[in-house]
Ligand binder design. Structure first.
Ligand code: UDP
Length: 504
């Protein structure tokens, strides 16, 4: 169809890899549904997805990547601190979030430039909820503003309930010796901690003011896209929908969009390892034998002690593994880098260490991979679900403890390493946190995850079943495929009504 008739979506992701990646996937899916996409973000974030941008250009995909200058220096950050994982301290997260509205001017300046290629004006704006300022942009364009939600409905619902019952939860926690209580109103009362309550409903006035701003902006949104699928959490989807006065569309797992392996391997960033070597190694391993260990894009585990215990545990497990190691900047354990280099040599052949960025979603999709030790970021969990892989859950902060409960208690496709927020010295400062996990525990959990026996087979069967359902949801006619089609129909209908009203 001609470009002028196609729907044009304007996508504005939160600047953090866990939000950029699914939004890139969403852009690709929208285009596959015959839409046009403008993807707007800052220079550093665009640079990270350069391979995807180049590939889109080479294959003439109708996605425009637009650079928005983000004046980080004006808010006291150094040049280039344009993503949460690049902030030198967690204390800067809220100042960073508060500064997001500075993107409004450059975006509006871009939108004023007359289009030479004949693209219609955007028909819909989709942004993460933290971009509350996009309300005004969408309003001035007279287009719907949709929220893209990274996490599960399970988490969204917990968030809602924790905020609603904060006072009761705090009172209940104060009355127990271990500081935990149960969140009611769910089919299975979920254990919550002080950490869960504080992160979802912060008492700090600046933080709670910001949360309130995004809540108000979210209330005025026209609809919500969720990166999850109905079959994964049907009860929670229904219940979350009941709480909303607007449509809620399941569109995930977005990581399952169809693409060549090589391209998909670069969906977040160029890989730090030669993918050919990696896949040749994986091809040589037995089906379901390899354990992947990866803690996402933000956690650096500056406590090198943790790395050392993890390394020893993996080595002792005797199983093949891929371990993704981020930069180690720990002052307490000197020469941690050196230790990892030696470790790498020692385990050569049986274990592979990837320093930097790993093509995680495609590794999980390889038949040799059977288990995943994860920090429980939602994207990581969903990628494991989508590929039918069982998990050992090792949460660090924010939503990760609740995500763990979904995996272990509701989906029953994972086993908990057994970490509580109280195990960390200061869970709010996750990159400096110290956690007491010994190598024996790592070894034990890897055994539990990968070993034989009825209960473990059952867990694996369950994970494979979820993977099948995830793929079916994304196939043409599946629940999430329909979800995205409904988004498109909604926008198209809105545009038609608006045009009619303005002609008459
Ligand atoms: N990721 C990756 N390679 C890495 C680290 C992370 O591809 O070396 C991807 C991972 O597949 C997921 C995202 O980055 O899509 C991380 O998001 P998640 O929600 O799991 O955790 P976060 O990084 O936000 O803590």
């Amino acid at each position: 169809s001609s470009k002028t008739k196609r729907l044009h979506f304007l996508l504005i992701p939160m600047m953090e890899q866990g939000h950029m990646i699914p939004m890139v996937d969403l852009a690709r899916l929208l285009v596959a549904h015959d839409a046009l996409v403008t993807f707007a973000t800052t220079p550093v974030n665009l640079n990270r997805i350069r391979p995807i941008i180049d590939q889109a250009a080479a294959t003439s995909l109708p996605i425009r990547f637009v650079e928005l200058r983000f004046p980080v220096v004006d808010i006291g950050l150094s040049e280039g601190c344009e993503s949460i994982d690049l902030l030198p301290s967690v204390d800067l997260i809220f100042p960073f979030l508060n500064a997001l509205s500075l993107l409004r001017d450059p975006l509006e300046a871009y939108l004023r430039i007359p289009d030479k290629a004949g693209w219609p004006k955007p028909a819909c704006l989709i942004s993460d909820n933290v971009h509350h300022w996009t309300v005004d942009v969408a309003r001035s364009l007279n287009i719907p503003r949709l929220i893209f939600h990274g996490p599960s409905c399970f988490f969204l619902l917990c968030d809602l309930l924790v905020n609603r019952h904060r006072a009761e939860l705090e009172a209940a926690m104060a009355a127990t010796s271990d500081g935990f209580t149960r969140l009611q109103g769910l089919p299975h009362p979920i254990r919550v901690s002080k950490h869960d309550v504080i992160t979802l409903s912060p008492s700090d006035p600046d933080k709670s003011k910001f949360m309130e701003t995004i809540r108000v902006a979210e209330e005025s949104a026209d609809g919500v896209l969720v990166n999850s699928f109905m079959e994964l959490e049907p009860w929670y989807f229904e219940r979350y929908r009941e709480e909303q006065s607007k449509p809620v569309w399941p569109v995930g797992p977005l990581s399952l969009y169809k693409e060549e392996l090589d391209v998909k391997a670069t969906r977040g960033k160029a890989s730090s390892i030669d993918n050919k070597i990696l896949f040749q190694w994986l091809d040589r391993q037995e089906v379901g034998s390899v354990v992947l260990v990866s803690f996402g894009s933000i956690i650096r585990n500056t406590m090198a002690q943790l790395y050392i215990e993890l390394g020893h545990g993996l080595e002792a497990s005797g199983r093949p593994f891929i371990w993704v190691v981020k930069k180690v900047v720990d002052k307490k354990v000197p020469r941690a880098e050196e230790w990892i280099t030696k470790f790498e040599k020692r385990v050569e052949g049986r274990g592979m260490v990837i320093r930097g960025w790993a093509p995680q979603a495609v590794i999980l999709g390889h038949v040799a991979v059977g288990g995943f030790v994860t920090h429980c970021g939602w994207n990581s969990i969903l990628e494991a679900v989508a590929t039918g892989v069982v998990m050992a859950t090792w949460p660090h902060f924010y939503d990760q403890f609740l995500n763990e409960r979904l995996v272990v208690e509701v989906l029953k496709s994972g086993v908990a390493v057994g970490i509580e927020p109280t195990d960390y010295l200061d869970v709010e400062k996750f990159n400096e946190a110290e956690v007491k996990v010994r190598r024996e525990e790592v070894e034990r959990v890897v055994d539990n995850l990968m070993g034989g026996g009825e209960a473990r087979e059952e867990r694996r069967k369950r994970a494979r079943e979820l993977g099948k359902q995830a793929r079916a949801a994304m196939e043409e006619g599946g629940s999430s495929w329909k979800g995205l089609q409904d988004v498109i129909n909604y926008v198209s209908e809105h545009q038609r009504k608006y045009q009619e009203a303005n002609i008459s």
